[in-house]
Write a protein that binds this ligand. Structure first.
Ligand SMILES: [Fe+2]
Length: 401
């Protein structure tokens, strides 16, 4: 057998993938320790697309030193119509009215599509004299916070499952790319699930679940409903929920009442409000459905009866959250969640239109300790292509998992 000179990929082990249908590792072509896009053949790029759109999250190990300007070009392999604008806008979000400003994410001056996230203070990093990045805090985020005992025993939770997009004005990118620069020297942590299972996860692991797996867990009636439903997100979605707290599993907002009244939001207009199908298509296999909904930012559901063309609207936000939660929460079991255990130098590419992801980790208390700081790059660019109306029928769906 001649030695392969192409890029290849291997699925992560069954032990890690479990029932998540997520995860593959890329092997760069021999003689290419660092990703070099100019040397990838069309065949290599097709293999990358196949690896991602079949497995939703792919990792390239040992990429320490990669130039940040490579990431936007890498993203365009998966979304040729990506704009060169970070999903959060030209500049990092600093408006205190926007919940996303709490992360204090910076940007890399030589690659403005690449954000810097993490935990702790850094000096003279990438031309930034002072950089402070903030990890979310378990004591502030959930309606029912972890107890002191759970915190002392290293438990963590998903903060809020989301796709990378503001759900207002800009369209979600097809992919997000993360690159780990510094891993906190903190012992592994644990997540608890409703059936009593516990999952050990790296401190600061990024957790993912597949929208295809969610779809496969729905009843035939729910699948039919999902395929015919359009989701309208709240105007200025993150500002609308900025005072709301998440459920323990990070999938919804359990109590209605703290939403900012729409008349008090920053200026907004209906034409910029995000409206997306409940079910999204896979770019490589258009009949493979992904149930992709941000359960905290939802506002209205419009369902069309395919036989009569009649539409039914649910516009009571509390009810909308309930309907979405009933369907999406079926995924919340240890075996359906892939939690990426970061190694320094990892480049992780995820299918932003095919998975929901969440930050995990109790790191805030360590932020002053030099070796427990965390630094990641995040490249997520607004796409210019709207997610296509599903147009999928239940008969045409390819059952995955
Ligand atoms: Fe994210």
């Amino acid at each position: 057998m001649p030695e392969s000179t192409s890029l290849t990929f291997d699925l992560l082990s069954d032990e890690i993938r479990q029932s998540s249908a997520i995860g593959a590792e890329i092997q760069l072509p021999p003689g290419m320790p660092m990703l070099d896009l100019d040397r990838l053949t069309d065949n290599d790029k097709n293999t990358l697309r196949k690896a991602l759109f079949e497995n939703q999250v792919i990792v390239i190990r040992n990429q320490k030193g990669i130039d940040p300007t490579v990431l936007p070009s890498l993203a365009k392999i998966f979304d040729p119509n990506a704009s060169d604008v970070h999903s959060a806008g030209e500049k990092a979000v600093s408006d205190p009215k926007n919940i996303l400003s709490a992360y204090k994410a910076g940007r890399i001056p030589r690659a403005p599509q690449v954000g810097i996230i993490g935990s702790g203070r850094f000096q003279y990093y990438e031309g930034l004299k002072e950089l402070e990045v903030v990890h979310l805090d378990h004591t502030l985020f959930h309606e029912e916070p972890l107890s002191q005992d759970e915190l002392d025993n290293g438990y963590t939770r998903p903060y809020r499952w989301h796709m990378d997009t503001p759900f207002y004005e800009r369209l979600p990118g097809e992919v997000t790319i993360l690159h780990s620069i510094r891993i906190p020297n903190v012992p592994d942590q644990k997540m608890k699930f409703p059936d009593g299972t516990e999952k050990t996860v790296g401190a600061g692991a990024t957790a993912f679940f597949s929208g295809a797996r969610v779809f496969s867990l729905l009843t035939p009636e729910e699948q039919e409903f999902a395929l015919n439903t359009t989701v309208t997100y709240a105007p200025q979605a993150y500002e609308y929920i900025r005072q709301c707290k998440a459920s323990e599993n990070g999938l919804t907002i359990p109590n209605f009442g703290r939403e900012v009244p729409v008349e008090n939001l920053s200026e907004w207009s209906w034409d910029k409000v995000a409206e997306h199908p409940m079910v999204w298509r896979n770019p490589l296999n258009p009949d493979r459905p992904f149930f992709q909904v941000h359960g905290c930012c939802v506002y209205k559901l419009t369902t069309r009866n395919p036989a009569t063309g009649e539409t039914t609207v649910i516009d009571d936000v509390e009810k909308v959250r309930e309907v979405v939660y009933k369907m999406q929460s079926k995924i919340y079991a240890a075996e359906n969640i892939y939690a990426h255990h970061w190694q320094e130098g990892d480049v992780v590419i995820f299918h932003n239109r095919g998975v929901m992801h969440s930050i995990t980790g109790q790191l805030a208390k360590y932020k002053e300790e030099e070796d427990k700081r965390r630094l990641l790059w995040q490249c997520t660019m607004t796409s210019t292509t709207p997610p296509s109306p599903s147009g999928i029928t239940r008969e045409s769906t390819t059952r995955v998992m």
